[in-house]
Design a binder for this molecule. Structure first.
Ligand SMILES: Cc1cc2nc3c(=O)[nH]c(=O)nc-3n(C[C@H](O)[C@H](O)[C@H](O)COP(=O)(O)O)c2cc1C
Length: 190
């Protein structure tokens, strides 16, 4: 698939079919992830592939607790309507865990120490595009509290769970989301 087509056509998927995804496919997607750029080539990512339904249930319950908490604090009506059944339904969830020690020279700069986030984000985007090229749907999910997620996935305190990537065959056409134009978002200094 042409890279520009993949970038433009990929959409977040929130309805998944239960069809299992082969280990070979999962590893193809993770192979795309590890070729992402990172500060000083520190490769600050680790991946936890979650196939176990009981663990997915725990993640779902925790996310629902979080959602209610955010609704109480924000009063945002869309959060109240937003449900997360895909956390139980997706055949695969990949947790992306960052290592704050692997953040590069920016740790010595004011406001720095975040390059590991950027590296992990690049790895995630590679995964989403690779999955799309393989005909699969994905969702980049972040509505969770880190502490409970660390407990569920037995992630040590010094590591930073950054995202959960739901992966599987799409069960419906994705919602089409618009974008603002390049002109509106770009300035040139000549
Ligand atoms: C950092 C980040 C966090 C996100 N967190 C969530 C999330 O918690 N739940 C969700 O449904 N979508 C989440 N998304 C997906 C966005 O809602 C989605 O990418 C955006 O609306 C654009 O739609 P598209 O992906 O279909 O183009 C997240 C995306 C990013 C990049």
């Amino acid at each position: 698939m042409d890279i520009f087509a993949a970038i433009k056509e990929r959409r977040s998927c929130r309805i998944f079919l239960p069809d299992p995804i082969s280990k070979e496919t999962i590893e193809k997607i993770l192979e795309a992830a590890v070729w992402a750029p990172s500060a000083a080539n520190n490769q600050p990512w680790e991946f936890i592939v979650i196939l176990n339904n009981d663990i997915k249930k725990e993640i779902f319950s925790e996310s629902e607790r979080c959602r209610k908490d955010v609704f109480e604090k924000s009063g945002w009506k869309w959060i109240d309507r937003y449900r997360t059944p895909f956390l139980e339904e997706a055949p695969v969830i990949i947790a992306v865990v960052g290592d704050p020690q692997k953040t590069g020279a920016d740790m010595f700069l004011k406001g720095g120490g975040l390059a590991y986030h950027h590296g992990c984000a690049a790895a995630i985007q590679n995964m989403l595009l690779a999955a799309h090229a393989l005909g699969l749907g994905t969702l980049w999910f972040t509505l969770f509290d880190k502490e409970p997620l660390r407990k569920i996935l037995t992630i040590p305190d010094e590591k930073d769970p950054l995202a959960l990537i739901c992966l599987g065959k799409a069960g419906a056409d994705p919602v089409q989301t618009p974008r603002r134009g390049v002109q509106e978002k770009t300035s040139y200094l000549r």
